[in-house]
Design a protein around this ligand. Structure first.
Ligand code: FE2
Length: 461
């Protein structure tokens, strides 16, 4: 399995689920589509109209038992973790419903015109560098229903570069023109599960048939390769039903309905953010004064207005905007460090979550223009300065801040294990990226370079 997966970028686990298991998994998902309880409903025309209808983790809230048939199915979980060589974390739990006619427009369909891959630094479900898909088709993905085609070996066109001591740039393959892409049909049948490297190019073909093409598209990342935009938040009910040996798959969850979903608007379950902004002399920005003490920049967090179901939980847009407006600092990218959370189970307590991100500036101790009276003084502190401030009880959450800075500067997670952090950007930065969809010149695009306006550099035409 491992050899084939590494060479081709995908591997099909044949007949790992029985028909009965697939049906039991699909039942609540199909029922939710039928009653309009899915995340793309407001994008209209509703299911069963042709279109690509989709649903995030919401189905798990009331049907957490389907976790055992999907994300925590022993055959899937074991294969994913064996291929990673380490524990996995669930990132995406996404059901796609493609009724007859889905993917067909007025023009004849050109094979390869929908080829793409899903390394996306603007999404919680795409901003990591060691990850894979696990796709569970609910029906046979026949020639008629629309195969999920793959470009064998295309994942090898993308290279994760060494880090600068903090984050890893990526030389991301530019998906070329349709006729330059060789796609094969892995003939997925009901009961099969295909595992696909996150950098593998793939394309779903249109549904020419007369019945629904429906399946579950999960993404897992290696624990050592966290999402730069931060984790996707799940309903707590799924964490609760998982057996001890599988609870680590869903570590980030909320019990108050504030998890990844699109209802009247985007919901993500992230209330606040704190920033570790480091200059190029390894000094950290803190706000405050010597009398009242010092603290990290801290902002209310919000989802982007345009966020779809796969964009939710990435609050960088609001954070980057406030950093620019209130601190006059341009932070074009961030990389997630840790989430702080209260589960709301204490009496009178409300569930709450704060996301901590890191950023390293190219310059040394830039001045901070106070935008208003509410912007306090600032200082750039070395680790020694921070330790002294903490010892004098003048650094808010001092022990935590020192720990997060250590994690950041040493590329470690909360448990002291090595991590590969990468670049995360606001969801709205999608407009600057074209590398991952077809039609490009052959070559690569460097993810991790930004222009003077703080936007990702344009691809070379
Ligand atoms: Fe995709």
């Amino acid at each position: 399995m491992k050899e084939e997966f590494e060479k081709n970028g995908y591997y099909v686990l044949r007949n790992v689920l029985t028909y009965e298991e697939v049906d039991r998994l699909a039942k609540p998902i199909r029922a939710a589509f039928n009653r309009g309880d899915y995340d793309t409903l407001k994008k209209g025309p509703a299911y069963p109209a042709p279109g690509i209808h989709s649903m995030g983790p919401r189905v798990l809230e009331d049907n957490p038992e389907i976790a055992a048939l999907s994300l925590a199915h022993p055959a899937i979980m074991e294969a994913v973790q064996e291929l990673f060589g380490e524990p996995a974390t669930l990132a995406q739990y996404w059901s796609i419903m493609r009724p007859p006619g889905a993917g067909l427009g007025d023009e004849p369909y050109v094979k390869g015109s929908g080829a793409h891959y899903d390394y996306k630094p603007w999404r919680c479900v795409g901003s990591y560098v060691k990850w894979m898909f696990a796709v569970v088709p609910f029906v046979d993905y026949t020639e008629t229903a629309g195969p999920l085609t793959v470009a064998p070996g295309s994942h090898l066109e993308t290279t994760v570069l060494p880090s600068d001591g903090r984050v890893h740039p990526v030389d991301a393959a530019q998906v070329p023109k349709p006729h330059e892409i060789t796609l094969v049909d892995p003939s997925l049948k009901k009961g099969d599960v295909v595992l696909m490297n996150g950098f593998l190019w793939h394309e779903p073909l249109p549904n020419y048939g007369n019945s629904d093409r429906c399946g579950l598209y999960m993404k897992f990342h290696a624990k050592s390769s966290p999402p730069a935009c931060g984790p996707t938040i799940y309903p707590s009910s799924v964490h609760e039903v998982l057996p001890e040996g599988a609870k680590h798959l869903v570590p980030y969850h909320r019990s108050d309905g504030q998890y990844a979903a699109v209802r009247d608007g985007a919901v993500g379950g992230v209330d606040e953010a704190q920033l570790l902004i480091e200059d190029n002399d390894d000094k950290l920005l803190v706000l405050g004064n010597d009398t009242d003490g010092w603290h990290l920049p801290r902002f209310a967090a919000a989802e982007d207005e345009t966020a779809g179901i796969l964009d939710v939980c990435n609050v960088m847009g609001s954070v980057v905007t406030q950093t620019r407006e209130r601190l006059s600092l341009q932070v074009p990218w961030l990389s997630w460090l840790v989430d702080l959370a209260e589960d709301g189970t204490e009496e009178d307590a409300q569930a709450w979550r704060c996301r901590v991100y890191g950023h390293r500036l190219q310059s040394s101790a830039p001045g901070i223009a106070a935008a208003d009276d509410a912007t306090p003084g600032h200082r750039w502190m070395s680790v020694d300065d921070l330790e002294a401030a903490h010892a004098a009880d003048l650094l808010k959450d001092g022990a935590d801040v020192l720990k997060w800075l250590h994690m950041w500067q040493n590329e470690e997670d909360e448990e002291g294990r090595p991590v590969t952090r990468s670049f995360g950007v606001p969801t709205t930065d999608v407009q600057y990226f074209t590398y991952n969809v077809n039609g490009n010149e052959q070559g690569t695009y460097r993810v991790g370079e930004f222009d003077d306006d703080g936007h990702p550099v344009p691809a070379v035409a």
